[in-house]
Design a protein. Structure first.
Ligand code: NAP
Ligand code: NAP
Lengths: 303, 303
């Protein structure tokens, strides 16, 4: 049995994509949507991101069987408190936040006694806002569900069915484990990308225009990641601090080794590492988690 | 006046792309090709990467007006010595190596008295070998030419014309400046990508299969870069050591600041950096150096 009415709180990239994907894949389900920003609500109405865009969070959630919070990680608690009084008993409360342990705490604290089952679809782009969403965002992407201890098995299964219906492949794990996995596969890559793009823009002897011109040598891939939403990512680093710091320190240790290899002119150590890292790429492409065409099949390589 | 006969030494991604681009854009020019690897020569013949594939470097270069060395940075000196006796007077000697100062030295030492004008087309993919090349690789990409002091202006202009005919936009600068610019736009991004992919594959509590599964959160972009040719990149780091170490140390300083911001919970510092870095992305897309579609327009987002 699926959810009949789904409320989406926050109508940016994630919220909008969920609304559009429900319309495409679950035509029997009705959706309501709310966003704190009136301009976003207006645009969401024009794009029909949900069947009905509501003027308040309470109105959006009052008949919902499933409420999904699609707001920045740091706004989850406030967004939940905004509609706490209007949720009906038996509702399943979920979210799409990029970190899970602190969000679980915040949602449970704001909504005592309700069924909170957090989730994180590992799918996104560098764009955000009500124009960024599209129905196929979750297609063939993983969605991680982190049921708290004692979660109702039937409700968890319902949520799994929901995400699978939107095209995702679902895995469940604990929130702390999620936070460690994502620290390495997503949070540290973003931290590194933001930092190196910052370093490059502060150089004096290499001008910004040179950095931009010659970015095709590798740098441009980092700039795409470093163009992601600042609010979203600030919140991720503030909320997944421990796992991020732990992974960062491991990376720093490894980078110090590479630095030593360069100083020592140790070509063998470099060659070994550079050979090992190719295997991971092959597996990612084989599992359909990336584009196998060279250079991601950027348009300039179609010829 | 363009070059009538071009010899390409090394028939991998770069050499092959030059051969194919000459056939497409400069039909009056005849090409010869040589590669140290017999299997590569065979495949190069099948793909017609050059008009004539030769069994020795000497044979390939003997009538050439322009010789382009397209071998790994560390092999430039040896490749030049291999054909030193056969080069005709007045020939222009160039290359496509990713670092420039040490290559200039190596080519000048191997070919005393000849005109050496090094170049670096800032264009590539993660693939290598005789099957990787394609005619449009240089289209709309920058090619940096680093004429040594005293280089003949007419010969430099001839080389500029040549690269422009293949579709590239040309800029000239000194070899040491090139090496600093590329350290930040290409070499450090590769060093970081190789290292973090290595860090991720060595974790114990996060399995390799988890890293692969959830790579769509950002990590997969790094794996593409870290799948680049190990020989090529070992040589780059061995040959551009000084500039790489200098840029690496600046990056490490900035990363230490970010680490402090995370520890201190300083959201404002993060937000500031994450906002600044978006501007660079916009300029890169505006200048046609990357794909503006979200997520590089990976195929999964066409829907
Ligand atoms: N982007 C990705 O790649 C990605 C991938 C997976 C998961 N996520 C997670 O998905 C969530 C949303 O990200 P997104 O990319 O969709 O962000 P987004 O495009 O910026 O959308 C978030 C929307 O929520 C609104 N909002 C903020 N506080 C609110 C509140 N208290 N009540 C109602 N609406 C509120 C925002 O309005 P204002 O702009 O006015 O604040 C904004 O319109 C985040 O938790 C993020 O970690 C993102
Ligand atoms: N790939 C990029 O993205 C990129 C971009 C710009 C510039 N570059 C530069 O372009 C150059 C070539 O890179 P690539 O990507 O084309 O490499 P590649 O695909 O591996 O091709 C290089 C070829 O040169 C051959 N070779 C090695 N030593 C030789 C010698 N002494 N004489 C003749 N042939 C020899 C190699 O044979 P073996 O395999 O048997 O050694 C290989 O077939 C490098 O200097 C690199 O720095 C690369």
């Amino acid at each position: 049995m699926s959810f009949g009415r789904v409320a989406i709180i926050g109508l940016g990239l994630l919220g909008g994509s969920i609304g559009l994907a429900i319309r495409q894949h679950l035509p029997g389900v009705t959706t309501t949507g709310y966003d704190a920003d009136p301009a976003v609500r207006l645009r969401a109405g024009e794009r029909r991101l949900a069947d009905r865009i509501c003027a308040s969070a309470e109105e959006a959630v009052k008949d919902a069987d499933l409420v999904i919070f699609c707001v920045p990680v740091g706004a989850m608690g406030a967004a939940a408190r905004d509609c706490a009084g209007a949720l009906k008993p038996g509702v399943v409360v979920s979210d799409v936040g990029s970190s899970k342990a602190t969000i679980t705490e915040a949602l449970c604290a704001a909504l005592p006694g309700l069924a909170v089952i957090p989730a994180h679809p590992v799918a996104g782009t560098e764009n955000s806002g009500p124009d960024a969403g599209f129905a196929s965002l979750f297609q063939q992407r993983w969605c991680i569900i982190t049921p708290p201890e004692g979660a109702d098995r039937k409700q968890v299964d319902q949520l799994i069915d929901f995400w699978e219906a939107l095209g995702a492949m679902v895995e469940t794990m604990s929130a702390p484990h999620h936070d460690r996995v994502l620290a390495v596969t997503s949070h540290i890559p973003h931290l590194i990308a933001y930092t190196i793009v910052g370093t490059a823009s502060d150089l004096e002897e290499v001008t910004r225009s040179e950095v931009i011109k010659y970015s095709a040598g590798g740098f441009r891939d980092f700039t795409r990641i470093a163009a992601s939403d600042p609010t979203m990512w600030r919140d991720v680093f503030l909320n997944n601090r421990e796992a991020v710091l732990d992974m960062l320190d491991r990376f720093l240790t490894d980078l110090a080794h590479m630095r030593e290899s360069i100083i020592a002119g140790d070509g063998e150590a470099m060659f070994d590492l550079f050979t090992r890292t190719r295997a991971i790429r092959r597996s990612i492409v084989a599992l359909g988690q990336d584009d196998a065409r060279p250079d991601f099949g950027r348009s300039d390589h179609e010829g």
